[in-house]
Design a protein around this ligand. Structure first.
Ligand code: PEP
Length: 249
């Protein structure tokens, strides 16, 4: 009943011709699962990627956006601009945005509002750092990230929210959370949602896991009951590996 989703975050990789050749390889893959498939090229390649993937069943999504509608924000892109090139979904709150671009929960709450006001879907990322896990503070950190950025929303807004739990210590490190660690946290996230919005909302929201998901560990991670898919970094840059993950359901 919950959507299964596998989204590839290409980060700041691939120029225009590299983007087009990865797309050509993606179009040559066969999907055997029911997962929704998304890829997030860098902003400058969104328009061409959207046109190249139109009708393929692979959705082109954005890695980030600004909360303002327009104005003096040099270098930024708004929700309406993303929509004008065909993008309906945006990743917000990725740990790299939080770490290198100082994105705070408060800023992210504004970005979430702007995306939803433009009828976009949000993949909202959050996750603890290694020190939080070592000090057994990981649930508290995750709970406050979710509450601060999302709990001002009305229950109905969650039909356009996908959550992505990404422990920072597992992103791009080759270190993945064990399937049990992922399941425990996803169950905790669902309980946090249920406490605020009730079981129906909690059970309807897809929660993705991200952090060194690869073809050789995806089946086990995706087999967990509260894991509804993955946000994939490194492995999404190779079409065969990415589709091995898409097909891991
Ligand atoms: C990510 O950047 O969201 C991510 C999960 O990266 P990787 O798969 O490379 O760990």
């Amino acid at each position: 009943m919950r959507a299964q989703i596998v989204a590839g975050n290409w980060k700041m990789n691939n120029d225009l011709s590299e983007t087009e050749s990865l797309i050509t390889s993606l179009k040559g893959q066969t999907k055997t699962s029911n997962a929704e498939v998304m890829v997030a090229p860098t902003a400058i390649n969104l328009f061409s990627a959207y046109n190249s993937l139109k009708g393929s069943g692979i959705e082109v999504i954005a890695q980030n956006m600004h909360f303002a509608a327009n104005g003096a924000y040099t270098g930024e892109v708004s929700a309406a601009m993303l929509k004008s090139v065909g993008v309906q979904t945006v990743i917000l709150g990725h740990s790299e945005r939080r770490e290198y671009f100082n994105e705070t929960d408060e800023m992210l709450a504004k970005k979430v509002d702007a995306a939803l006001a433009n009828d976009m879907r949000v993949i909202f990322c959050f996750g603890e750092e290694l020190a939080d896990r070592k000090s057994d503070n990981h649930e508290h950190v995750v709970e406050s990230q979710i509450k601060n950025a999302l709990f001002h929303l009305e229950a109905g807004a969650f039909k356009n929210i996908v959550l992505a739990y990404e422990p920072v210590w597992a992103i791009g490190t080759g270190e993945t959370a064990s399937p049990e660690q992922a399941q425990d946290m996803h169950a905790f996230i669902r309980k946090t949602l249920a406490n605020q919005y009730g079981e129906d909302v909690a059970n309807s929201v897809s929660i993705l896991y991200g952090g060194s998901v690869k073809p050789n560990n995806a089946v086990e991670i995706f087999s967990k009951p509260d894991v509804d898919g993955g946000l994939i970094g490194g492995a999404s840059l190779n079409a065969e590996d990415f589709f091995a993950i898409v097909n891991a359901f």
